[in-house]
Design a protein around this ligand. Sequence first.
Ligand code: KG4
Ligand code: ZN
Length: 343
Amino acid sequence: MRILGIETSCDETAVAIVSYEGGRFTVEDHLVASQVKTHAKYGGVIPEVAARMHVPVLPDLLSKVTGWKGGAIDAVAVTAGPGLATSLRVGIETAKALAVTWSVPLVPVDHMEGHVVSAMIGQHLSGDCWPALCLIVSGGHTEWVRVHAVCEYAIIGETRDDAVGEAYDKVAALLGLPYPGGPSVDKTAKRGSSSRFTLPRPMIDHDTLDVSFSGLKTAVRYLVDDTPEENRDETFVADVCAAFVDAVMDVLMAKTRRAIEQEAPTTVLLGGGVAASLVLRRRLTELVAGHQVTLWLPDMAYTTDNAAMIAAAGALRFEHGDVASDPFALDAVPSHVLGASWI
Ligand code: KG4
Ligand code: ZN
């Protein structure tokens, strides 16, 4: 089957055409227009600005993705949530119009399910791949997800406060590094020494797969506040970044190890914007080397928000029969509301 995917949940407008046959995805087209330069001026995403920017950009991207011309599209997938409601609606209303005009099913996709499926692109899906464990680390979510099989998920651990990407963004702001904080903290950390400062590893030994990152962020704030301004030079910033990244990775790896031991998965998947971190990819690769599991890392292009992952997740949902019963009634959903399908 061939499916058009649309993603407008936050500050990336994205369109993709993906085909799915015999357990394999083929990404035929994949375009992303990022608003990051606009939001960087404000140090974060301004929802009203994000929604307005999607409006002219989405039709522009659709006109550049030519694969849908000629009508060989079997369904339209769109991110229905979680995300910014006004941004989501731009994608949803466009997807509705296309699906109804083409008389094809409309497939609502959970954005986080998209991040899980992003690591399946390029792989051969079969019954042998499951059960799997997926670590999702994005700007809004940090979750360990059990994948019983395609379209059967359960959240088995999550952050109780800040998501990892959010913690990166906040630490970057405290250190005067540019938004988005993930790439800038990641890059700066490479020049620093992680041994100069010791930051807390919250909940690392707790008997749960849940985590918390707000205390770590606060510890960075105290470190900055307690250091005289003249001592907050480039080396200080780099050393704080290195200590922060080390603390985050130690927590993520400890919980992932615990989850692997608990769940005994066949496959481990990684997804979300923070999956672009080379340190995270290396640490996870090292971790799974000690276990009998196959690791699926997402292609770098599919780590941050994109529509290929939404189209791919939509293709699996389509085959599973999860299409909108009344396309006109579809509206933005604030959280994992496709929740019924998350068991
Ligand atoms: O998945 P995503 O694009 O959007 C959400 O669904 O939230 O994730 C965005 C997050 C941001 O917090 C950004 O700072 C972080 O991913 N990020 C990174 C890197 N690139 C993006 N974090 C760490 N290292 C990176 N290289
Ligand atoms: Zn995302």
